[in-house]
Design a protein. Structure first.
Length: 201
C-alpha cells in the first residue's frame, strides 16, 4: 500500500473510533442494541466446556502475556535492525499506553453478570488491543518471509487473536463494542506506523 492509502486507513479508523466512542459515551441506541443482540445470541451457547476454554484464552491472551510475547518477538527478529526495532516498540507500547489512557477517559463500566469476574473500565478492551497489536506486529515482521510461510503464520495469529477477543465477549467481561473499539484503535495506529514507513522509503 502507498503512503496515501495508509493515511486513508488511518483517518477512517480514527474517525470510526471517535464515532464509536461518542456512541458508547452517550449510549446511542444503535450501539447498545448491537451489544445486547450479541450477548443474547451468546447466552444460548453457554456451557461449562466453552466457559473453561474461554477462561484459558483470556488468561493466555492477557495484556501482560501478550506484551511479553510481542516484546520477545520484536527482539528476536529485529535485533540486527535497531531502527525497525525502535519503531515496532513505539508502535506497540505507544498504542497500549493510549488504550489505557482512553479507558480512564471514557470510564465505561463493564457488563453485568460476568462469567469471569474482572475489574477496571471496559472501553476499549486491553486484551483485545494487545491481541490485535500482536497480529499487526507479526504481520509486519513476517513481510519478507516466503509467501506460504507468512500467510500461514498470519492466519494462525489472526485465529488466536480472534479467540482472545471472542472469549472476552463470551465471558461478559467486555461489550462487543469494546472489542470493536480496540480493533479500530490498533488499525489506526498501524496505519500511522505504515504511513511513516512508506514515507521513509
Amino acid at each position: 500500500m502507498t503512503f496515501k492509502q495508509h493515511r486513508l486507513v488511518t483517518l477512517v479508523s480514527w474517525g470510526l473510533f471517535i464515532i464509536l466512542g461518542l456512541g458508547v459515551t452517550f449510549r446511542f441506541p444503535l450501539m447498545t442494541g448491537f451489544d445486547q443482540l450479541i450477548f443474547t445470541s451468546l447466552s444460548h451457547m453457554v456451557s461449562q466446556g466453552v466457559i473453561s476454554f474461554a477462561k484459558v484464552m483470556t488468561a493466555v491472551g492477557s495484556p501482560l502475556v501478550l506484551t511479553i510475547l510481542t516484546l520477545l518477538l520484536i527482539l528476536l527478529t529485529q535485533f540486527k535492525h535497531l531502527g525497525r526495532l525502535i519503531e515496532l516498540f513505539a508502535f506497540y507500547f505507544g498504542t497500549s499506553a493510549l488504550g489505557l489512557v482512553l479507558k480512564y477517559l471514557f470510564q465505561r463500566q463493564r457488563p453485568s453478570h460476568q462469567l469471569l469476574a474482572d475489574t477496571g473500565f471496559s472501553f476499549p478492551s486491553g486484551h483485545s488491543l494487545c491481541a490485535t497489536l500482536l497480529f499487526f506486529t507479526v504481520y509486519s515482521i513476517t513481510s519478507k518471509l516466503p509467501k506460504a510461510s507468512h500467510v500461514t503464520i498470519r492466519i494462525l495469529v489472526a485465529i488466536f487473536s480472534l479467540l482472545v477477543m471472542l472469549s472476552r465477549i463470551y465471558l461478559r467481561d467486555h461489550f462487543p463494542t469494546d472489542i470493536l473499539g480496540s480493533i479500530l484503535l490498533s488499525l489506526g495506529a498501524y496505519g500511522i506506523y505504515q504511513s511513516y514507513r512508506s514515507k521513509e522509503k
